[in-house]
Design a protein around this ligand. Structure first.
Ligand code: ZN
Length: 337
């Protein structure tokens, strides 16, 4: 149930929310979409060497009532399937039809990576490190440029859905720069169990959108090339909360408990090489000296226990069964004493 403080805040923020741009034409990639209309627009990604064109659908739903523009992005990294599934579920359940404003869904942003089940574009570049892009840059850079020029100026808020890399399972959390008050407020409204401070990475989509004055949250949950329904549900529920807060969707905010804010974090690394067994639950809070994992050899000769060096949350976990000394095992919060 929502807390009364949250409700009051929502009401008092009414005047601060973007009121939309009903007086201006809403043009996306050369096509006008009027209030109350929906459209699926194809955005060209590349001309292939087979002479075929490759494009991605951009699903636009405009309410008859003016309001903010929210963009939902999945698959910026092509192998991060949970994010694609979150945007898909939102479309499947018709949550992308707003009661005011406009919702733009791009479920598979990096379609090349998605087809190849890889993080990168075919030119080997991480799409999330080439923004804002350039008209004569690399393939990924040209695509980024098209987005920055044609789509980004239209939006007010962006939710960008990610997962950990292979063998790095992220417990569901929202990442934002805690010094940005509106992003932090939105992160609290999203309602994932944890909020993790993260500054903008150079040339990321988040950096570009921030420079343009847009509010963007990163959601992280699960790991690449794996579908996790509880992570997907967390992403969908959080998105609905954001939509309700922006008054784009009916219903009360679903906030069970206040998210814990992680201001600083570090990876605990393997003290030995061997077979790794985590013994603490990802997403849980552990006390100083709790045994959180063990490493053993294949011959039954040694077993080394790993204990928590301080009280912390574990929010990222290495799921590889075999590790080398120095490998990152547990991503944990570092808290002030
Ligand atoms: Zn990612």
């Amino acid at each position: 149930m929502p807390t009364s403080t949250t409700k009051t805040k929502t009401e008092s923020l009414d005047n601060l929310l973007p009121k939309g741009n009903s007086d201006k034409k809403f043009m996306i990639l050369g096509q006008e979409i009027k209030m109350g209309e929906s459209a699926i627009i194809e955005m060209e990604v590349a001309k292939l060497h087979t002479q075929n064109s490759l494009s991605i659908p951009i699903i636009v739903e405009r309410s008859a009532t003016d309001g903010p523009v929210l963009l939902l992005l999945g698959g910026v990294h092509g192998d991060e399937i949970n994010g694609v599934a979150i945007v898909r579920d939102i479309i499947r359940k018709n949550y992308n039809k707003p009661t005011r404003g406009t919702i733009i869904c791009i479920p598979v942003f990096n379609v090349f990576g998605y087809l190849n089940q890889r993080r990168e574009f075919p030119d080997g570049r991480d799409l999330n490190r080439v923004f804002p892009g350039a008209p004569k840059g690399s393939l990924a850079s040209q695509f980024a440029y098209q987005f920055t020029e044609e789509i980004a100026p239209l939006v007010d808020y962006v939710l960008d859905f990610h997962t950990g890399a292979s063998d790095r399972f992220n417990s569901p959390h929202v990442r934002c720069d805690l010094t940005q008050t509106e992003a932090l407020e939105l992160a609290k409204i999203f309602g994932a169990p944890l909020i993790v401070h993260s500054i903008n990475i150079a040339k990321s989509i988040r950096e570009t959108l921030n420079k343009m004055g847009k509010t963007i949250l990163l959601f992280e949950g699960g790991k690449s090339l794996q579908l996790d329904q509880s992570v997907v549900n967390c992403g969908v529920e959080g998105t609905l909360n954001v939509m309700r807060y922006l008054q784009m969707h009916e219903g009360e905010l679903n906030l069970e408990e206040q998210p814990f804010i992680i201001k600083d974090s570090k990876w605990l690394r393997a003290p030995h090489s061997g077979i790794f067994e985590p013994l603490a639950k990802n997403g849980s809070r552990v006390q100083h000296k709790t045994i959180i994992g063990r490493i053993s050899d294949p011959y039954g000769e040694f077993e080394k226990k790993i204990s928590a060096p301080f009280d912390c949350y574990i929010f990222g976990l290495n799921t590889a069964p075999i590790v080398y000394k120095g490998d990152a095992l547990f991503h944990v919060s570092v808290e002030e004493k």
